[in-house]
Design a protein around this ligand. Structure first.
Ligand code: 5AD
Ligand code: SF4
Length: 479
């Protein structure tokens, strides 16, 4: 059944029944949590009988899943929304424009006013409301009498939120899955908008998570990534009734699921990286020797101003402890440069810590003030933009150098690579493929493996971002 959106007299887009399926397009900004939410949005739309559109202009339902962590994604979204206005006009209004995600929650007071061609806005905890809205729209908007030209908004960071995990999923790759274990964050990092837009931390039930992983394994998934804003504080607010509830216990329970070869998680907070978590990582075969551990800054004074709750010394000691338990682990990190008041000497401490810890990679960001956060008020201490850029490019050079050096340890070794290509050709033929090693390094290689297989690859070259290799045999390895 094809349903074509149009506008009713009251300015409500409705869906007219016709023989072809309706087409959707989802544009995703931001973090892995958002990418996963987009899988849920896509799963929900496909569950309604819709199919993927060729591009945004071709879509009957166009969804923007937004991010507001820094200013840059905001600007990118505004440009794309303006473009969508033109495409909707060319389609004579026959397009539902939906905007979801963190920016919606942050801008709930003016988004629909500033972009009146947006039909529906929904915060990150309100994904299910997009489905409800489309349901109503399909009923020709009867009984929905909002102001012509103004969309409908669904917001909330309290009890009205619900886990997107309960919605159907359309996975990007059949052999890999994200599993949401918590939502929200109770930390108060001075720069961060997340607690304001995703709300207080709420852990998903332990048994629900393990059941989802079991279902995924039965469906052919070999790698799961556990997701949360502060993933290793999982369980803090769950009842202490003797049943398993900590993050370490969760890692062990997921490790015990048959068929799951690889477990990763993101993002942990260094302050919650307890010994039981490190022990579980060291002891569980499927938990990969890789950890993304956000440092943010190398100076204890800046860390304190950021309200990160650890010092430079504690972070370095933690990294040493993790390396002692899991000797060859790859550590990656997030770093913000140019936090208000950061001196040159303090910035150089960040560079020193990078050299000391030897990160295998780092996401580096320029501090971006977010309205409503504590640090946004430190206007007098803002670092000039040119200076922020200078620090960033210096840091990127250092981080790249370290990562290139670190990756050399793999050259000349054979790594088990999980093939990520989408190709599911039944005929084996040699072709260019890519996949990831246990340490989460991307490998480009020539081989005849199929998507989802774990095959041995001889590593011949490595740079800061990726490696080159040759597949040895087509036999699938179970790690
Ligand atoms: N400015 C710059 N970077 C930020 N991050 C979070 N908030 C900001 C901000 N206001 C970075 C942090 C975090 C990552 C997801 O984004 O490094 O770990
Ligand atoms: Fe933001 Fe800090 Fe929570 Fe991470 S731990 S989401 S940086 S407030």
């Amino acid at each position: 059944m094809r349903t074509t959106p149009a506008r009713t007299r009251i300015g409500y887009p409705f869906l007219v029944t016709s023989p072809d399926p309706q087409r959707y397009h989802v544009l995703t900004f931001g973090c892995q949590m958002n990418a996963h939410d987009s899988e849920r949005i896509t799963g929900m739309l496909e569950g309604r009988g819709m199919v993927a559109a060729a591009d945004a202009d071709d879509a009957d339902v166009l969804v923007f899943n937004t991010c507001t962590i820094r200013e840059k994604p905001d600007q990118k979204l505004y440009d794309q929304l303006k473009h969508a206005k033109g495409s909707k006009r060319r389609r004579k209004g026959a397009q539902v424009i939906a905007v979801g995600g963190c920016l919606v929650e942050a801008q709930k007071d003016n988004l629909l006013r500033e972009f009146p061609w947006v039909d529906v806005a929904f915060g990150p905890g309100r994904i299910h409301d997009l489905g409800n809205y489309l349901e109503l729209a399909e009923g020709e908007g009867a009984g929905v009498g909002h102001v012509p030209g103004h969309g409908e908004g669904f917001y909330g960071i309290g009890d009205e939120r619900s886990f997107a995990a309960e919605l159907p999923t359309q996975r990007e790759r059949p052999h890999q899955a994200w599993v949401q274990i918590s939502m929200g964050c109770n930390m108060k990092c001075a720069y961060c908008i997340v607690p304001a837009v995703r709300g207080r931390e709420q852990s998903r039930s332990f048994t629900d998570i393990v059941s989802e992983v079991e279902r995924l394994a039965a469906d052919g998934v070999r790698e799961v990534s556990l997701l949360g804003q502060n993933v290793n504080s999982y369980g803090n607010e769950l009842p202490r009734d003797g049943s398993p509830r900590t993050f370490a216990e969760l890692l062990r329970a997921v490790d015990a699921v048959d068929g799951i070869d690889r477990i990763r998680y993101t993002s942990p907070h260094p302050a919650h990286m307890r010994d039981d978590v490190i022990a579980a990582m060291a002891e569980c075969d499927a938990v990969m020797p890789q950890l993304h551990l956000p440092l943010q800054a190398g100076s204890s004074r800046v860390l304190k101003a950021m309200r990160r709750t650890y010092s430079r010394e504690r972070f370095v000691a933690l990294a040493e402890k993790i390396r002692a338990a899991i000797p060859d682990i790859s550590l990656s990190t997030d770093i913000i440069v140019g936090f208000p008041g950061e001196t040159e000497a303090e910035f150089l401490e960040t560079v020193e810590v990078c050299r000391e810890v030897e990160f295998d990679g780092a996401y580096t960001f320029i501090y971006s003030p977010r309205t409503g956060t504590e640090a946004a008020g430190l206007v007098d201490d803002f670092i000039p933009n040119e200076e922020q850029h200078r620090r960033l490019s210096h840091l990127i050079d250092v981080v790249r150098g370290i990562a290139t050096e670190r990756h050399q340890r793999f050259v000349g070794t054979v790594q088990p690579v999980l093939v990520e290509d989408r190709s599911d050709s039944t005929v084996r033929q040699r072709q260019r493929l890519h996949g990831r090693t246990p340490h989460n390094v991307k490998v480009n290689f020539e081989g005849d493996a199929r998507a989802g297989e774990i095959v041995p690859v001889d590593i011949v070259h490595a740079n800061s971002e990726s490696m080159l290799g040759r597949q040895l045999v087509a036999t699938d390895l179970r790690s």
